[in-house]
Write a protein that binds this ligand. Structure first.
Ligand SMILES: [Zn+2]
Length: 191
């Protein structure tokens, strides 16, 4: 597969969750979509963020440490366990040391104000700061109780359920939701 064809799952309704979702199950195996440094540039692009410089192999390792830290905290929240202070260290480092470079701007379509990252300052560190910030905001809010993992036991994708009824079960209706529907239908037919 050409690297530019790589399509990331952006269904989490939160930047930090989409970042965690860069690990997926394919053919029964856990696959890391961030396999090479350029994958980070590509992920950044798909979340609307054009990085001003290339990502190095060292950056890739750093990125994975943040992802692992976030994942641990989000999974703890889903399972209802309390995190330890040690687990907050990585996230707090980003909150403390990195700037999000967000600015208020006027949305040209609606005329309303919105927060957006200053594109001239789109360094990897500010992308990661934004990932950490969105994750921290979610973890510290009541919304965290609506973070779910996909109901397909063979899928590891997470999402923030923003539906009105809060009954979303699948990462996507096109994939896992549809598979479950087909399986249900097949069971009915054969009974
Ligand atoms: Zn799924």
């Amino acid at each position: 597969m050409n690297i530019h064809d790589k399509k990331f799952a952006l269904l989490g309704n939160n930047l930090a969750i989409d970042f965690i979702n860069t690990q997926v199950i394919q053919n029964g195996e856990l696959v890391d979509m961030l396999g090479v440094p350029a994958d980070i540039n590509h992920w950044a692009q798909q979340v609307g963020y054009t990085l001003t410089s290339d990502v190095t192999i060292n950056d890739l390792a750093t990125v994975k440490i943040l992802r692992e830290g976030l994942k641990t905290l989000v999974l703890a929240a889903i399972e209802g366990t309390n995190p330890s202070k040690d687990e907050l260290v990585i996230l707090n480092y980003y909150l403390e040391e990195h700037r999000t470079h967000q600015q208020l701007e006027i949305n040209p379509e609606t005329g309303e104000l919105r927060l957006a990252v200053n594109n001239n300052k789109a360094h990897l560190s500010s992308l990661l700061a934004n990932v950490a910030y969105e994750g921290a905001q979610l973890l510290a809010s009541s919304q965290v109780s609506y973070v779910k993992s996909c109901s397909n036991p063979e899928c590891v994708l997470l999402f923030l359920d923003t539906s009105r009824t809060k009954r979303r079960r699948w990462c996507s209706m096109d994939t896992c939701g549809n598979r479950a529907k087909v399986a249900r239908h097949y069971r009915k037919e054969t009974q």
